[in-house]
Design a protein around this ligand. Structure first.
Ligand code: HEC
Length: 148
């Protein structure tokens, strides 16, 4: 009996450890867009550490800016109808105010390309201004279309 309980535990434990990676949400569109935005957020953090907190990797801003541009390019159809239900912070307005949502997406993409150009130019202050502008485009979409 005791032996059985132990063998059960050893079978169950690996699943418990892995479970958080596979949380309840299974809608591929939700998981995909959160993954893409998460990648974008990671690059933004790294750029912040370099431009605002003196992390010594000035040459890497170009890489991170390119990463943001590339991630946005690979959003795909991440907001199909019906994907407002689930473990998501996407507000229903995304599907009722599509044009505005698309426009804010374009604004962010344009600002990301602008950041890439300024990073390639190599002037820190100009790059910092472009970084802040990009941050504002993230915020303006989150304010209207992402719940807290
Ligand atoms: C056009 C609208 C829009 C733009 C632009 C936008 N976001 Fe978001 N973002 C969203 C929405 C909607 C969600 C919620 C997605 C979900 O939970 O399904 C989100 C979620 C996120 C998340 C959380 C991801 C997760 O793991 O749940 C991060 C981080 C993020 N965005 C960062 C950014 C950054 C940084 C930028 C700008 C460089 C940006 N976003 C631009 C709409 C936008």
């Amino acid at each position: 009996m005791i032996k059985n309980i132990f063998s059960m535990i050893s079978v169950v434990t690996p699943f418990l450890l892995v479970a958080p990676l596979f949380a309840e949400e299974s809608n591929p569109s939700i998981i995909h867009r959160q993954g893409i935005y998460g990648a974008v957020g990671g690059h933004m953090k790294a750029i912040k550490s370099i431009l605002l907190l003196e992390f010594d990797a000035a040459k890497d801003v170009t890489f991170h800016a390119q990463g943001i541009v590339d991630a946005f390019t690979h959003m795909g159809n991440s907001f199909p109808p019906g994907s407002d239900k689930g473990e998501t912070k996407a507000k229903p307005e995304i599907w009722t105010d599509k044009d505005k949502f698309a426009q804010l997406g374009k604004n962010a993409f344009g600002a990301a390309n602008e950041l890439l150009k300024t990073a390639q130019g190599g002037d820190k202050q100009i790059t910092l201004a472009a970084f802040k502008k990009l941050g504002e485009t993230c915020k303006s979409c989150h304010d209207d279309f992402k719940s807290k």
